[in-house]
Each structure stands twice: as structure tokens, then as C-alpha cells.
Design a protein around this ligand. Sequence first.
Ligand code: RIB
Ligand code: CA
Length: 311
Amino acid sequence: MKPIILDVDTGIDDALAISYAVNSPELELLGVTTCFGNVTVQEATRNTLLVLEHLDSSLPVIPGAAKPFFVSRVKASAVHIHGRDGMGNTLSDGKLPKREASSQYAPQFIIDQVRSRPHQVTIITVAAMTNLALAIMQAPDIVNLVDNVIVMGGAVTRAGNATPHAEANIYADPEAADYVFASGIPITLVGLDVTMETLLPKKDVEVWRDKQTTLGDLMADMTDFYIDAYEDFYPGIGGCGLHDPLAVGVAIHPDFVTTSPMHVRVDLEGFHTLGRTVGDLRSKPANQPNMQVCLQVDADRFLKHFLSRVV
Ligand code: RIB
Ligand code: CA
């Protein structure tokens, strides 16, 4: 089993990723850390606890950053994609989880777990990269102690989603992402380059509803909202991008994707290009690669695997 820390901003596709990870015996989830992003960190923590409740899981949920690492900017709202509550408007007013989050702080949890299992832990970030940046700033030794960091973020070879060039997780905290990219920590980048190839259509979601379980109903209601939002955003697309689940999939089966070593940094200044992940695609790049970038995905195989486990 691969020891995993999953860092989320739950979020509909985060909820799907959590369920997929919890139901995957190859992964030993050490805890789920939360960050601002799709919603506030308090809402992300609440949503994560509620999803885990539906999964009968008592995994620790560790709250993290409420704001960006270095500079606070006005952020694009995710209400149109994830709903007012981050769960596709499925939560009744005042709905609270039965248990409380951990009193630890996510960056410290990351440091402690990585140090206690040298060269074993994989961190999967599917939110702004603030918690990991804070952890590295406080404990730079963890850079050489993790097994890998799988990042859902960026768009190296295609358009962004938060802006024409920037993907939402990177745009939420560009300085944090760039700090992590420059730190020397091993990274696999699961960006829109591949996640926009893994589309989940409505017909597959109906099967979850047919199961007549509270988990199936919740996931189906949320995901229907998400698919409708995608249809509004990308008319004719026929499904929603399984961004965060693919990052989990890559942890389970790295061969779902084909990667290329590359030097990638984040644009921190561009008026029109803030948060863009700039990969050096030249035949003779100026710098050594700092990550493996996923450029192709076996979408059918991944989708089958995901659907066999998520609900
Ligand atoms: O760009 C997709 C990413 O942004 C996903 O992680 C989604 O949950 C949002 O955070
Ligand atoms: Ca997310």
C-alpha cells in the first residue's frame, strides 16, 4: 500500500477523488488536508468531513491555509462550477458533519508524516498548493524525504480554465505553486492537458442513482450539477472533467498517463497570463527538468477503473 496525503478544496471533483481514494486498497490514506480554493477552508473541511461520513471513514481531516502563501489577490469565484456550498447546492442549510476536524494544522501534518516515513509518502494536491508550500518553507528537508508529489494543476499545452491561460488550482495561489516547483521536490503534473480528456457523461452518473444508497445519491446529485456547469461553460462537451480523480488514478496506476520530463515554472507577473504554467518545450531547454508532465492519458482505461470504485 502506498501511503498518501490528499490535499483538497472540496469541491465536487474533490469529493469524487476522495471517494475513489478511500475505495482503493492500493492506497493507505494517512489523512486529508484542506485548503481554500473552490470554497473557504472552513467549507472545504466541512465538505470533506461530510463526504467521509458517507463513506463510513474516520480518516483524519486536517484544516490548512485560509489564504494564499504570499500575496492575496481577488480570486475567481467557483460558485458556477461547484455551487454555493461547493457540493452542487446539495447541502441543506446549516448541515454539519458529525465529527470534528483535527486540531493540527495541515502544513505541520504534512511535515510530521513525511518525516516519520522517509521516502514513502506520496502527496496528492488537488487544490491551491499553499499547504505544501508552507510545509516546505518550514521544513525544507521534506523535499528529499517524500516519494512523490502528484499535482492536479496547470495547463502546459492547452488553454486554462480560470483564465485563458491559467488553471484554477495554480491561479488560486501562483506563488505557492511556483515555490513548490522551484523547490526540487519530485513532481508529477496532472494538468488540464490530460484531465480535460477524461470526461464523465451523465449516463454513467445515473448508474450511481440506481444503487439507491445515500452515497450514490449524493455523488449523482453533485455530479449532475457539475456536468450541467461544464455544458454551460463548454457547450457540447458531453461530460465533466475528472480533474482530481485522475490525480488519484495516477497514484494507483502511473501507466494511466504518459509523461515527459520538463522544466515548468509559473508566471507570477503577466497581466494577462498570471498563473500560467510555462513549460520549456524547446528541443534544448535552458534548465534541467523539475517535473514529469502528463501529456497523454488512456482515458477509457482510467474511466472504467474510476467507475468501478467511486460509488
Ligand atoms: O482546474 C480544476 C481544479 O480546480 C480541480 O481541482 C477543481 O476541484 C478546482 O479546484
Ligand atoms: Ca480541487
